[in-house]
Design a protein around this ligand. Structure first.
Ligand SMILES: [Zn+2]
Length: 169
């Protein structure tokens, strides 16, 4: 039995309208709209979920992309910055390279001090021999170049008096 919500008349379960006042009863007639509403709500909810997921997806798609772009754009200037920074260094070494090379060996002149030689060669020499006779201190230094290449220089009272090289390039 369905009780009419307006007039409280008792109606049969299958009746759609109140037999007393004609009010649409809430069983079958209102059940279908409720089903439709729930369906609509479900669709809306699903739609919202899909939309929000889609938005989240697009946000998630965009956000890493932006960060990657940012990191790439950040990395690119760094590389650009490091490239010019690294570029002068090889240029400087090409222009005035230190190292045990034939070119630097040829720069060593008689009368140079050991320190001047080190500044040109860019490395401390290894003392091969050292002696002091009659107030004259004589030191022989050796520098190793590339594979099997080496050079040596003799300083007397810290003045270059002789030099020799082997295999320098
Ligand atoms: Zn009624």
């Amino acid at each position: 039995m369905i009780t009419c919500s307006r007039c409280n008349a008792a109606n049969a379960p299958d009746t759609q309208f109140c037999q007393q006042c004609g009010l649409q009863l809430s069983s079958a007639p209102t059940g279908k709209p409720k089903m439709k509403n729930s369906l609509l709500i479900t669709l809306i909810v699903v739609g919202c979920v899909v939309l929000s997921c889609g938005l989240c997806g697009t946000i998630a798609m965009f956000t890493p992309g932006k960060t990657e772009e940012k990191s790439q754009t950040q990395a690119t200037p760094k590389q650009v910055a490091s490239t010019p920074a690294a570029a002068p260094a090889p240029k400087a070494t090409v222009a005035e390279p230190t190292g045990v090379t034939m070119a630097n060996f040829n720069k060593l002149r008689t009368g140079m001090t050991y320190r001047q030689a080190v500044a040109i060669l860019g490395a401390e020499g290894e003392v091969l021999s050292e002696n002091e006779i009659g107030g004259t201190r004589t030191v022989m230094y050796q520098w190793k170049g590339g594979y099997l290449a080496n050079m040596n220089a003799m300083f007397q009272n810290d003045k270059l008096i002789s030099k020799a090289q082997f295999g320098l390039e």
